[in-house]
Design a protein around this ligand. Structure first.
Ligand SMILES: [Fe+2]
Ligand SMILES: [Fe+2]
Length: 182
């Protein structure tokens, strides 16, 4: 891949550029996976869970754009790859949220690998940039885990499922403060 723009030496190593391009793909796939869950919950008439996942889709796109902007700011070259087809059906709302939790754990492992690479490459700016994602992933896992626990405890009762769905429908998208500053 091209590691140069208009004759300027990139401040990101080729290795880091490849890894960040892969992460743009992973974050965009996250959005796509959660959008597939929106469709699943809409189909079940669970509009609160669908709304919760809609917000999740927006968050994942801001994650992808953070990497996109960081690469641009550092003289890197963003290369977009194909997005994998997401799963379309789950056995239950609980199974869908368990899949979301497992996916967030996978993303956390990817972020940790990127932090490791930033260290190896002595890339301090990327290391600082990635700290936002380290913190974000703690929240992402905790949010999904909280819903999984609630569904495991109460989800079998229709009235409880109705209340959980209503509760999750209150979620609104809040754009991250100073996206460029992370
Ligand atoms: Fe993300
Ligand atoms: Fe996420």
């Amino acid at each position: 891949m091209s590691a140069r723009i208009s004759g300027v030496d990139p401040m990101l190593s080729a290795k880091m550029q490849n890894a960040m391009n892969d992460q743009i793909n992973a974050e965009t796939f996250s959005a796509y996976l959660y959008l597939s869950m929106v469709a699943y919950f809409d189909d079940l008439n669970l509009s609160g869970m669908a709304q919760w996942m809609r917000v999740q889709v927006q968050e994942e796109m801001t994650h992808a754009m953070k990497f996109f902007d960081h690469m641009n700011e550092r003289g890197g070259r963003v290369i977009l790859e194909a997005i994998e087809k997401p799963q379309a059906e789950w056995d239950s709302p609980l199974a869908a949220f368990e899949a979301a939790l497992a996916h967030e754990q996978y993303i956390t492992s990817r972020i940790n690998s990127l932090v490791g690479l930033a260290g190896e490459e002595n890339d301090r700016a990327s290391d600082i940039f990635l700290q936002w994602f380290v913190t974000e992933q703690v929240e992402e896992e905790a949010n999904a885990d909280d819903i999984v626990r609630k569904l495991k405890m109460f989800g079998a009762a229709p009235q409880a499922l109705y209340m959980i769905d209503k509760d999750l429908g209150a979620r609104v998208f809040v754009p991250p403060a100073s996206a460029g500053a992370a």
